[in-house]
Design a binder for this molecule. Structure first.
Ligand SMILES: [Mn+2]
Length: 304
């Protein structure tokens, strides 16, 4: 069910962009069956389940040229002990380095890169690879959670709650040295990040967002303004100075668990199905004025 909704999200994206560009969009799919950023099993089946629900066929039906790069394989890590309180550090660092290289290669081939996760720690490699390939990025992060704990502030030790902290330049002095993380180059500025759908933040995350002045639309603000105005303001904010390519990082738990129950971290009071799809539609309409400057990547949590 969750995979089906996701497939519809992706199809909506390609349809809109084709309509506005009048050109054939080529999409490169990367599967990242990885779950070590959090403790629960199942999420590593996400890429194959989303394919099984017909994602590629539906994209082709909409006129996209689709190249499936298959699933990445990740090495087993023995002796991946806690570092401070952070779990599976070596596995997460190594998997994301691999993903970053894969994204760079897909971008070099000229595709819109779509990453199918996998838990949200994969955003580290996905955004890093995208930035290495195309330069400065804007990031739209759709999620119930901010995922911006540092390895020091994390209450759980799970890296799926920390990916943004590794990517933001402003937080680099707060990030300790971790095994298999030395390859990461912080590549996103706080002013180029917008959150949508937040409703479950840890105290330290709230503090970091305030400190850095990160633009964020919580669910209260989606309620108050409506998703259409939220998206208008998001795009106006991101294109204030320079129009940068947009990286969309979409955690399925942004949508209400009554619609997408297949997530490890459900948070009630989320986006409706239409609000969740509208976000992708609006970003693609923006592509009309940002031709060839927009790439969508989705890191997706999908539990069977
Ligand atoms: Mn989340």
């Amino acid at each position: 069910m969750s995979a089906r909704k996701l497939q519809q999200l992706a199809v909506t994206v390609s349809k809109r962009s084709l309509h506005h560009h009048h050109q054939r969009r080529s999409v490169g799919i990367i599967g990242a069956p990885f779950s070590r950023g959090q403790p629960r099993g199942g999420v590593e089946q996400g890429p194959d389940l989303i394919r099984a629900a017909g994602l590629l066929h539906r994209l082709e039906q909409q006129g996209c040229a689709v190249k499936d790069y298959g699933n990445l394989t990740f090495e087993e890590m023995v002796d991946d002990e806690l570092v401070g309180r952070v779990k599976s550090v070596r596995a997460v660092g190594s998997a994301n380095q691999r993903l970053s290289k894969a994204v760079q290669s897909v971008k070099r081939d000229g595709h819109t890169a779509v990453v199918l996760g996998g838990d949200h720690s994969l955003a580290i490699g996905s955004i890093h690879g995208h930035a290495m390939a195309v330069g400065e990025l804007s990031v739209v992060w759709v999620d119930a959670h901010a995922d911006i704990n540092t390895p020091v502030t994390t209450p759980t030790g799970n890296i799926h709650g920390q990916p943004v902290s590794f990517l933001l330049r402003e937080l680099q002095s707060k990030i300790p040295v971790l095994p298999n993380f030395s390859w990461i180059k912080p590549c996103v500025s706080a002013k180029d990040l917008v959150y949508i759908g937040l409703r479950d933040l840890d105290p330290a995350e709230h503090y970091i967002l305030k400190l850095l002045g990160v633009k964020a639309f919580s669910m209260s603000e989606v309620d108050q303004f409506g998703v259409a105005r939220v998206m208008e303001e998001t795009c106006a904010y991101l294109s204030e100075k320079v129009k940068k390519p947009i990286h969309l990082s979409y955690d399925i738990d942004a949508i209400d668990p009554s619609v997408t129950p297949a997530t490890g971290t459900p948070a009630v009071g989320g986006l409706t199905y239409r609000e969740g799809v509208y976000i992708t539609e609006h970003l693609c309409q923006t592509g009309r004025t940002l031709i060839d400057h927009m790439t969508l990547c989705a890191e997706v949590l999908s539990k069977s």
